[in-house]
Design a protein around this ligand. Structure first.
Ligand SMILES: NC(=O)c1ccc[n+]([C@@H]2O[C@H](COP(=O)([O-])OP(=O)(O)OC[C@H]3O[C@@H](n4cnc5c(N)ncnc54)[C@H](OP(=O)(O)O)[C@@H]3O)[C@@H](O)[C@H]2O)c1
Length: 255
């Protein structure tokens, strides 16, 4: 298969890249800084791996890179690139919120647009890495939850709309995975997973062409419980101090 993964230089993206390379697939990846690539990536250069330094928010550049890699045929495209705020706070930081939405939402749309343009005639499979955080509005993580929730809903619509083009759409909503993104977190991370194990689970869901895959199971139950409960009860539970983040931004420094 010919596969392109955005944000393939680190964490879940690299684990997926390695998984597919080890099974003989041709994989193109991108990130803003290729120096982030692990040492082992050198082994795969010229043996199925192609790397591009591009920002997913640069629509034209991203489309050029994916088109260049695909050369008219792309089987699988995984919109994985994303960021979260490392310094969660109950005091809003609007500049960081805009940056999160730009990468996690605009970047995802740019990626799907590039994939759709290539797959429109011959079909293919578009995958988005959302998050269990997209199921609810978690305190201190408004923009991250909002971006991942938008990805979930957009993909639900696309999974219906794109059927007639022969394009499958899968949304993946992982719980906590041990990557540079989560290593910044100071709060507890229940059911934390190894990225290689997460990549296996994600690839199985992709093989089965699931429209939505939430994992691990215990996190799925917990988050669905939080999603379905009366919102007044949810807000009450989340207002307990153990869920609250420090309001450590100085007032007037929230742009
Ligand atoms: N780890 C978790 O627990 C978890 C849980 C649920 C969902 N997710 C989602 O899974 C995805 C991967 O996260 P991760 O945990 O593997 O994080 P990570 O290790 O920090 O990897 C993120 C990847 O995205 C790339 N990236 C970030 N911004 C980019 C941009 N503007 N343009 C191009 N590439 C960009 C990064 O490379 P550069 O910085 O060099 O560009 C890196 O390759 C994210 O969408 C994240 O929200 C993660």
């Amino acid at each position: 298969m010919k596969i392109f993964i955005t944000g393939g230089t680190s964490g879940i993206g690299w684990a997926l890249t390695e998984y597919y390379l080890n099974r003989g697939h041709q994989v193109g990846i991108c990130g803003r800084d290729l120096k982030k690539l692990p040492e082992v990536s050198k082994f795969f250069l010229g043996k199925g791996l192609t790397c591009f330094e591009v920002d997913v928010t640069d629509r034209v550049a991203l489309m050029g890179v994916i088109k260049d890699f695909a050369k008219g045929k792309l089987d699988l495209l995984i919109a994985n690139a994303g960021i979260s705020q490392g310094d969660k706070s109950s005091y809003p930081k609007f500049s960081s919120a805009r940056e999160i939405l730009k990468i996690n939402l605009d970047g995802f749309l740019n990626t799907f647009e590039a994939g759709f343009n290539i797959m429109e005639k011959e079909g293919g499979h578009l995958v988005a890495i959302s998050s269990v955080a997209g199921l609810v509005g978690l305190p201190g993580a408004a923009a991250y939850c909002g971006s991942k929730s938008a990805v979930l809903k957009i993909c639900e619509s696309y999974s219906i709309d794109f059927k007639k083009f022969g394009i499958d759409v899968t949304t993946i909503a992982p719980g906590f995975v041990d990557t540079p993104l989560t290593r910044k977190n100071k709060h507890p991370m229940p059911f934390l997973m190894d990225p290689k194990k997460a990549a296996i689970k994600i690839s199985k869901a992709i093989d089965k062409k699931k429209s939505l895959y939430i994992f691990p199971l215990r996190m799925k139950f917990l988050m669905i419980l939080l999603e379905k409960m009366p919102r007044s009860l949810y807000r009450y539970l989340m207002s307990f101090s153990r869920f609250a983040y420090p309001s450590h931004y100085e007032k007037g420094n929230n742009q």
